[in-house]
Design a protein around this ligand. Structure first.
Ligand code: ATP
Length: 357
C-alpha cells in the first residue's frame, strides 16, 4: 500500500463532473483503507483556461506534471474553440512528449447491462483494444499550402516507424498472453495502404515468433467493424493504429452498452513519465451541467489507474463495487435509467463499504 501524487485535469464539458465523481469514490476507497493515500493536485487547464490565457495549458505545464505518479484526465473539447486546438493543445500535448504510446481500452458488458446486439450475452463481448498512441495518422505530420487559393492543399501524413510499430505490437502480444484466451487480432488496412500498413503486417509476423503461446490473426479495419458486430465472441485482444483504434473503440464501447462506461489508459510502459487515465468519452456538450453524465467510465478509469500504481486489491475492490451498482439497476439516462451522476456516485461509495466489510 502506498502514497501517490495524482494530477487531476478535469478540463472541458462533463470532464469536471465525472472526474469530481471519480475523486469522490477514490476518497471513499481511501477512508476504507487508511494505508492508501492519494494526494490530488488540480490543474485548471482546458478551454476556459484558453479563453483567458490563449493556451490550453501553460508552457511549463509538462514540467509541473512530471513529478506526479499518474494523471487523471476528464475530457477535452469546446463548442467555441476548434477541436484541433483543444486536442493538440492539451491531450496530445501531454501524451506525445510523455511518450504514452500504449492506449489501452478494455470493453466488456458489465453486470446488469446489455448490448444493443440482439444475441450478445455478457461473456460474449470481452475485449481489450490496444491503440498505438504516439504516431500513425495522428503524428501531426503534414501541412497546408496555397492558403486561401483555389489550389489550396492540405496533407496529413501517417507515420509508421519500425520501432513504434514493434513496441506497440509487443505490448499487445504481452497483454494477450496475460489474458485467458491468449488471442490477438492485428488490424490494418494493408490492402489499400501499401507502405505503413504492410510494415505493420510484416512486423506482426516477426513479433509473433516470440509469442508461440499466443494465437493471432489479421483483419482489415473495414472487415473488423463487421466482425465486432457479427462475431464478437471471436475477438479478445486487438491492436490497431491510432486512427483505426480510435474509431473501433467508440464502436466497442457502444456495443457494450454506452460510451459513458468505457475507460482508457495512456501508458508510458517504461515509466519514465507519468501515465494518463481518462474515460473514452468526450465533452458531451448536450448533457454538460445537467448532472446526468454517466460517471462509470471515470470510475473504471480510476480502476485502471490503481492497477497501474500497483494497488491491485483496491482496484479489484472498486471494480466489484462498480459492478454491483450496474447490476443493481442504478443507471444514468444513457443506460436507460433515471439516476443522476450523484446517485451513481453515492451508490458506488455505499457498495465499496459493503465490499470492504
Ligand atoms: P470526442 O470527439 O471528444 O471523443 P464526441 O463529440 O465524439 O467526443 P462525446 O462527447 O463523447 O462525443 O459524446 C457523444 C455522445 O455520447 C453524446 O450524445 C453524449 O451525450 C454521449 N455521452 C458521452 N459521454 C457520456 C457520459 N459519460 N454519460 C452519458 N452520455 C455520454
Amino acid at each position: 500500500m502506498g502514497s501517490y501524487r495524482i494530477a487531476a485535469i478535469p478540463a472541458d464539458g462533463i470532464g469536471p463532473e465525472v472526474i469530481g465523481a471519480g475523486i469522490e469514490v477514490l476518497g471513499a476507497l481511501q477512508r476504507l483503507d487508511p494505508e492508501l493515500r492519494l494526494a490530488f493536485t488540480h490543474f485548471p487547464w482546458g478551454s476556459d483556461y484558453y479563453r483567458e490565457h490563449g493556451v490550453m495549458m501553460p508552457a511549463d505545464g509538462l514540467d509541473a506534471l512530471r513529478a506526479f505518479d499518474a494523471i487523471y484526465f476528464g475530457a477535452v473539447g469546446d463548442q467555441s474553440v476548434p477541436d484541433h486546438v483543444t486536442l493538440w493543445g492539451l491531450r496530445l500535448a501531454i501524451c506525445q512528449p510523455f511518450d504514452q504510446y500504449a492506449n489501452v481500452r478494455p470493453t466488456r458488458i458489465l453486470p446488469g447491462l446489455s448490448s444493443p446486439l440482439r444475441d450478445c450475452e455478457r461473456g460474449d463481448l470481452d475485449w481489450v483494444i490496444v491503440r498505438e498512441n504516439s504516431e500513425g495518422e495522428y503524428a501531426g505530420m503534414g501541412g497546408r499550402a496555397h492558403r486561401g487559393h483555389a489550389i489550396e492543399v492540405g496533407t496529413e501524413v501517417a507515420v509508421f516507424t519500425r520501432a513504434g510499430v514493434e513496441r506497440i505490437q509487443r505490448f499487445a502480444f504481452e497483454l494477450a498472453r496475460s489474458r485467458p484466451r491468449k488471442h490477438l487480432t492485428v488490424v490494418t488496412k494493408s490492402n489499400a495502404q501499401r507502405h505503413g500498413m504492410v510494415l505493420w503486417d510484416e512486423v506482426a509476423v516477426e513479433v509473433a515468433r516470440d509469442y508461440p503461446d499466443v494465437s493471432w490473426d489479421r483483419e482489415l479495419v473495414d472487415a473488423m467493424t463487421v466482425r465486432m458486430v457479427a462475431k464478437p465472441k471471436s475477438l479478445d485482444t486487438i491492436v490497431a493504429t491510432n486512427l483505426h483504434a480510435d474509431i473501433l473503440s467508440d464502436l466497442a464501447a457502444v456495443l457494450a452498452g454506452s460510451i459513458g462506461i468505457a475507460p482508457t489508459s495512456n501508458l508510458d510502459p517504461s515509466r519514465r513519465f507519468p501515465s494518463m487515465f481518462e474515460p473514452i468519452h468526450g465533452s458531451a456538450f448536450d448533457i454538460t451541467g445537467k448532472g446526468i453524465a454517466n460517471p462509470i467510465g471515470a470510475f473504471w478509469t480510476a480502476v485502471m489507474m490503481l492497477e497501474h500504481l500497483g494497488e491491485r486489491e483496491n482496484a479489484a475492490r472498486l471494480m466489484r463495487a462498480i459492478e454491483e451498482v450496474t447490476a443493481s439497476g442504478v443507471r444514468t439516462p444513457d443506460l436507460g435509467g433515471t439516476a443522476r451522476t450523484a446517485d451513481v456516485t453515492a451508490a458506488v461509495c455505499d457498495a465499496l463499504a459493503a465490499v470492504h466489510a
